[in-house]
Design a protein around this ligand. Structure first.
Ligand code: HEC
Ligand code: HEC
Ligand code: HEC
Length: 328
């Protein structure tokens, strides 16, 4: 009897322990905010340490009676509404290099400049918006025609020296100054996920950073260059699909996370999900793959074509096709 009682209380203690640990984990933002208040003492007058919410202020952020809310600022610049976009942008970069243990490696891989954009000016929109032209330094020019313009006509149409058509940057049209009575929106008004993606309502770092695009500009320029070199022939110039399935499918983008997309590209037809297809393995060969001539349409690549970093960049590029409007 006492034995039963003891084991029951032990179980209860374990359960309480698990619950407490989970609670602390889900509230990882508290620690980050406390550190923030130590670093920026003036801010402690402005915010209580608690969950912070950002309501993006462009009209599309309101659908009927519901506002779209983001919780990235529970950890990052929680007083962004008060300090404004310029100061917030400075702190974002400063804090990243101060607190991220792998900052140097992440910065090198993603070509972070250490300068965070503060405002979506017309110039910024022209470089990264829906009518972006390939003039930026580092933006490798490539030729990709919009899919609609009579593509299957045999001869390659020579579209002269105009900028590639049909290629869209990552900024949605509704962020352009033109659509906001000429005023340039700050990152305090746009929110974060219009550029970065991520789990907008999540409060722990892992979940919030799932599907995160670390450097939207670099993922778009370099990612696009690689996509048009290796993938567009099968998946279409705008991800609309050809020999391979569409990659701009909103249901799939909303459903699958980075791991899935990474695996598809790394293992291709050597992994169970794509076995028997012509999707190349761009990285390694899946551990449990056995070549089978009755199933395989093409031989597996024996060696890596793309590095892990390159595949990550491609995943981020594909993620650019996820529309802000369709996020849950
Ligand atoms: C639970 C706290 C927390 C939440 C919520 C959170 N972040 Fe972070 N984030 C961090 C920390 C801590 C770092 C690393 C140090 C720093 O930048 O201050 C970081 C780093 C980043 C980086 C740099 C790249 C990287 O992987 O380290 C980006 C970009 C970023 N966050 C964007 C976001 C976006 C967008 C959201 C919302 C969708 C978000 N974060 C939500 C805590 C959080
Ligand atoms: C207009 C697009 C845009 C918006 C909106 C935006 N970011 Fe960024 N973010 C970027 C770019 C571009 C970089 C890469 C900057 C660089 O080269 O260092 C970046 C980098 C970062 C980094 C890494 C540190 C750094 O400066 O490189 C963090 C952390 C981050 N963003 C968090 C956020 C958070 C949190 C929000 C919302 C409050 C946000 N971002 C809103 C475009 C944006
Ligand atoms: C030779 C044609 C071909 C090339 C080149 C190609 N793919 Fe594929 N890809 C396919 C086919 C076919 C499938 C579907 C496989 C299946 O149905 O199992 C596929 C599937 C995928 C998927 C899974 C899509 C989903 O929604 O589940 C991703 C992601 C993908 N490819 C990315 C890429 C990337 C990135 C590149 C360039 C590095 C690339 N592909 C190059 C033919 C190709």
């Amino acid at each position: 009897m006492t034995k039963l009682f003891l084991s029951l209380s032990a179980l209860l203690l374990v359960l309480i322990g698990v619950a407490a640990a989970k609670d602390a984990h889900d509230h990882g933002y508290l620690q980050v905010q406390q550190q923030y208040l130590k670093d920026y003492p003036a801010s402690s007058k402005l915010i209580d340490v608690k969950t912070q919410q950002l309501f993006p202020s462009f009209p599309q952020a309101k659908q009927g009676d519901t506002f779209r809310v983001e919780r990235c600022i529970s950890c990052h610049v929680p007083d962004i509404a008060t300090i404004g976009p310029q100061e917030a942008a400075k702190r974002l970069s400063a804090d990243f290099f101060k607190y991220e243990p792998n900052a140097q490696a992440i910065a090198a891989t993603n070509h972070l400049t250490g300068v965070h954009p503060a405002v979506v000016t017309q110039q910024y929109y022209d470089a990264y918006g829906q009518n972006a032209v390939a003039t930026k330094d580092g933006f490798h020019p490539y030729n990709a025609a919009a899919p609609s313009s009579s593509s299957s006509g045999g001869g390659q149409s020579s579209t002269a020296s105009t900028a590639p058509t049909g290629i869209t940057g990552f900024l949605p049209t509704f962020l352009s100054p033109a659509q906001n009575n000429g005023s340039a929106l700050g990152i305090d008004q746009t929110g974060c996920i219009v550029c970065h993606n991520g789990g907008r309502l999540e409060l722990d770092q892992n979940a919030a950073h799932l599907n995160l695009i670390v450097n939207p500009e670099y993922a778009w320029t370099e990612g696009a260059a690689m996509y048009y070199q290796y993938c567009a022939s099968c998946h279409g110039n705008l991800g609309e699909g050809k020999i391979g399935p569409p990659l701009n499918n909103q249901d799939r983008l909303g459903f699958f996370n980075e791991d899935y997309y990474y695996r598809c590209i790394e293992y291709g037809m050597t992994d169970f999900e794509h076995i028997g297809s012509v999707m190349p393995n761009w990285g390694s060969i899946a551990p449990d793959y056995h070549a089978d001539k009755t199933v395989d349409k093409v031989p597996a690549n024996p060696t890596r074509v793309l590095s892990e970093d390159q595949i990550n960049l491609l995943v981020q590029f594909i993620r650019h096709w996820e529309n802000y409007q369709t996020l849950p």
